[in-house]
Design a binder for this molecule. Structure first.
Ligand code: NAD
Length: 256
């Protein structure tokens, strides 16, 4: 391993980087030598997260549901840094609701961010990466993209879509010989504002957290670093033979 860092010299774009998993991915990639461009729809928190990393890292304001904004964002990264090597699609939303209570409006919101945002983002990144010899795309799915959860009907649908979208992209890029790999990550409950909001929505947040911890064989919520370590591996050349894979980082939750 290079003492200069596991992703030394790579140019990485991380969406949803103002908070939670995306913010941790940006920190770890930067620590391992990448130049990281953070994006988020939350301009204030995104800019603060980038400022905490310092130069040469930066922030671009972008809502992943804005298709034209994707082209502009990737073009800006290439103009500023010459290339794009890594895309982490972490921007996402989750709304509780079983099939009888979930609304179509919530389903569409989750699809717009989790599925369409990832779809357009992958396409924009591929357009840049294929011109410079390849890259690595990492999509945040969820254990809810592998197994069902009764209270997450729309979220499960959206994260299941991300899982197979990822495999389709991996196969397309392999067939085209672009040198671009695409993999999905499937975390269980990670201690972030998203899970905190879900615990609040379940009524008694303390009881909800205990129930979530009990569901995990390793008996704890995940830490954002648990996911970011995997992202660094997938972003690095250590994972050069890994594409189209679905990697669980879930404390054993899907091992049953
Ligand atoms: P989070 O709420 O802490 O952070 C999500 C970030 O995405 C926020 O900064 C938010 O502003 C941003 N975002 C939301 N919609 C956006 C949009 N349209 N455009 C740009 N940015 C947008 O959530 P998190 O827990 O860090 O989740 C990150 C990803 O990991 C999500 O895709 C989520 O579904 C997935 N995930 C999370 C967990 C978990 O337990 N936390 C588990 C499995 C998967």
């Amino acid at each position: 391993m290079s003492s200069r860092g596991r992703v030394h010299g790579k140019i990485a774009l991380v969406t949803g980087a103002a908070s939670g998993i995306g913010a941790a991915c940006a920190q770890h990639l930067a620590r391992e030598g990448a130049t990281v461009v953070l994006t988020d729809r939350d301009a204030a928190r995104g800019a603060a997260a980038a400022a905490a990393l310092g130069a040469p890292h930066g922030f671009l304001h972008h809502d992943v549901t804005d298709e034209d904004g994707w082209a502009a964002t990737v073009a800006r990264v290439v103009a500023d840094h010459g290339r794009l090597d890594v895309l982490v699609n972490s921007a996402g939303i989750g709304v509780l609701g079983d099939i009888e209570r979930a609304t179509v409006a919530d389903l569409r919101r989750m699809y717009a961010v989790n599925v369409e945002g990832t779809f357009v983002g992958c396409r924009a990144a591929i357009g840049a990466m294929k011109l410079t010899g390849g890259g690595s795309i990492i999509n945040l799915s969820s254990v809810a993209g592998l197994i069902g959860a009764p209270d997450l009907a729309g979220y499960c649908a959206s994260k299941g879509a991300v899982r197979l979208l990822t495999k389709s992209i991996a196969l397309h890029c392999a067939r085209a010989g672009y040198g671009i790999r695409c993999n999905s990550i499937h975390p269980s409950f990670i201690d972030t504002p998203m899970v905190e909001a879900m615990a609040q929505a379940m009524g008694d947040p303390v009881k909800a957290r205990v129930a979530l911890e009990r569901a995990v064989p390793l008996r704890r919520l995940g830490h954002v670093d648990d996911v970011a370590y995997l992202v660094v591996y997938l972003a690095s050349d250590e994972s050069r033979f890994v594409t189209g894979a679905e990697l669980a980082v879930d404390g054993g939750l899907t091992a049953h």
